[in-house]
Design a protein around this ligand. Structure first.
Ligand code: G6P
Length: 367
């Protein structure tokens, strides 16, 4: 087993470090910078959909939330998103003009599989964004966009998340180009940003950056609760960061869209509450920083995730995690890596077995 972990203490850590490679495999052969086109080899007519429903569970659901944002931004199609266990029982509005997208690392999660069957029953076209080759879902969807992240053993998903988000970006670009909502220039800019992802994630994993996150993890590992905040395309990053932390460290963690903090969670903030804020470059950064000031005014401890070079806002953090600068629409991939590291170092500090968290299974095939 030690050999299979490739010198890392856990599969999860190995898989975190595999991300530059996994992302390369997700993107390879699919991006055509010269023409601004994306080649996904999907046998569905992009002009035929009036709405898109994204369905998933757990980490895949948060990747779907990023997808919702990207598809609406770039392809201007209405998107709704459901956790699979709700979708299958809520009598959803589906027609032959619906594209139902199921997202799943394993392709075996029973709720997602049943939700897929429900969508098909009502005539939806279906697409899987899936990692495991030949899995049950791949046999039932109309077409599959494989993420090619490679086998993921750690129960808490890491590389499948960042690869799913990248696949969603490509899908949004494909839809946007096909439907004429995205110009060739805009598309080229985003293709370029996507192509940079493996390199940016590699740069996120330099010993210096990793040590910084480990030191911060050491400072906060005794906290009882954590709050995670983010905005826009990075609000799912906050949700996924909180999920990672609770899955493997058993620390209670909640995530909110930063602007929503004042409607409840602010009541919880005191000097014992670490608040992780995703505050990388964005048109809304100023608003996020004003939320940070509200946390500080209540003596909460702020761990800021900032874009490299943002020395201006560093003063608002008790601690700062710098991440490589990235185009806002691809930044959820880069930012997720920093939060994976924060979670794993806190869990390790607490002596938890990160590969086999209690009560959790890699794929949930019972209802
Ligand atoms: C389980 C795993 C999670 C995973 C979720 C969905 O709860 O512990 O890590 O995100 O299932 O799995 P899937 O294979 O459908 O992506």
């Amino acid at each position: 087993e030690a050999a299979e972990k490739g010198g890392y203490d856990s599969y999860m850590m190995k898989e975190i470090y595999e991300q530059p490679n996994a992302l390369t495999n997700t993107l390879i052969g699919r991006l055509h910078d010269d023409t601004g086109q994306v080649n996904l080899d999907i046998d569905l007519d992009p002009a035929s959909f009036k709405r898109i429903s994204i369905i998933a569970c757990g980490t895949a659901y948060y990747a779907g939330m990023v997808g919702e944002y990207l598809i609406e931004q770039l392809a201007r199609i209405p998107v709704d998103i459901d956790v699979a266990s709700e979708y299958r029982y809520r009598d959803p509005l589906v027609s032959e003009h619906t594209l139902a997208i199921v997202m799943s690392q394993s392709g075996e999660t029973i709720d997602t599989l049943e939700a897929l069957r429900e969508a098909k029953k009502h005539g939806a076209k279906t697409l899987g964004i899936i990692n495991a080759k030949g899995s049950s879902m791949t046999r039932e969807v109309d077409d599959t966009l494989y993420i090619h992240a490679g086998p993921e053993i750690g129960v808490a998903s890491t590389k499948a998340y960042t690869s799913m988000v990248s696949a969603m970006l490509m899908l949004a670009l494909w839809l946007g180009r096909a439907r004429g909502t995205l110009s060739e220039d805009q598309s080229r800019e985003l293709l370029h940003a996507a192509r940079e992802l493996p390199r940016l994630v590699e740069a996120s994993l330099t010993p210096e950056r990793v040590e910084n996150i480990k030191a911060i993890a050491g400072k906060y590992a005794d906290a009882r609760d954590f709050l995670f905040l983010g905005r826009g395309v990075n609000s799912p990053t906050a949700y996924e960061g909180a999920l990672k932390l609770k899955e493997i460290s058993y620390i209670h963690a909640e995530a909110y869209a930063a602007g929503e903090m004042k409607h409840g969670p602010i009541a919880l903030i005191d000097e014992h509450m670490p608040v992780v804020v995703v505050a990388t470059e964005s048109k809304l950064l100023e608003k996020t920083i004003s939320n940070v000031q509200e946390v500080r005014a209540r003596r909460g401890k702020v761990i800021l995730v900032l874009s490299e070079g943002d020395t201006e806002n560093a003063r608002y953090g008790d601690d700062v995690i710098y991440v490589p600068r990235a185009h806002e629409l691809v930044s959820p991939v880069v930012n997720a890596v920093a939060l994976q590291l924060l979670a794993i170092f806190i869990a390790e500090k607490l002596g938890k077995d990160v590969d086999k968290p209690r009560n959790l299974a890699k794929a949930v095939t019972v209802e």
